[in-house]
Write a protein of this length. Structure first.
Length: 190
């Protein structure tokens, strides 16, 4: 049994409980679904919007859309694929609505009271690298950023990304190749 089969079995059991006639069972199952997918949904929303407030708003909107759409979900795709599709559409819509917002860098709190100077330097270098990466990713077009996020951040297989985006696998490969090249160029220019 592959990990994909395991996820599908868990998702099927979760869907059965979410569609239960018992309201308590439905509520508990939906809370479980949110807990299972929240981190992935938020990361993807933040990657698309490049703004913490927009990502939080989009994340909430995603789970509202998931809740409303669960009865219509036919299971032709994996639950995760369906949720990722909703996430991408929702995050893109939130991003388009609030293009005027600027990303406020996340505070990089490190406890350096007992650290040596070398440890502080390495920690600061990681923070700077992470900020540079976030800025460079934000400069990419949505289709290239999305492919990078799904493959490199979420760790999805190219076939899964193709299903989520509704494009051929070859297009995923070419977008990923070009996105890496663009990202490298953006990082060099920072």
């Amino acid at each position: 049994m592959t990990s994909a089969d395991t996820y599908q079995g868990a998702d099927d059991a979760l869907l059965t409980r979410v569609r239960s006639a018992d309201a308590r069972v439905r509520r508990a199952a939906f809370e479980e679904l949110v807990a299972a997918y929240h981190g992935r949904v938020y990361r993807l929303c933040h990657g698309v919007t490049n703004n913490q407030a927009d990502a939080e708003e989009a994340c909430q909107d995603v789970f509202v859309a998931v809740y409303r759409g669960l009865d219509g979900f036919r299971g032709q795709a994996r639950l995760a694929t369906w949720i990722y599709r909703i996430t991408l559409r929702t995050a893109a819509r939130v991003r388009a609505r609030s293009r005027h917002r600027q990303e406020v860098p996340e505070s990089a709190s490190t406890n350096t009271s007992n650290s040596q100077a070398g440890d502080r330097g390495r920690a600061m270098a990681r923070i700077i690298d992470r900020d540079r990466l976030r800025i460079a990713m934000g400069r990419l077009g949505l289709e290239h950023r999305t492919v990078l996020l799904l493959v490199l951040v979420e760790g999805l297989r190219h076939t899964e990304v193709a299903q989520i985006l509704g494009i051929p696998v070859g297009t995923v490969w070419s977008r990923l190749h070009y996105a890496r090249k663009l990202l490298r160029r953006e990082l060099e220019n920072l």
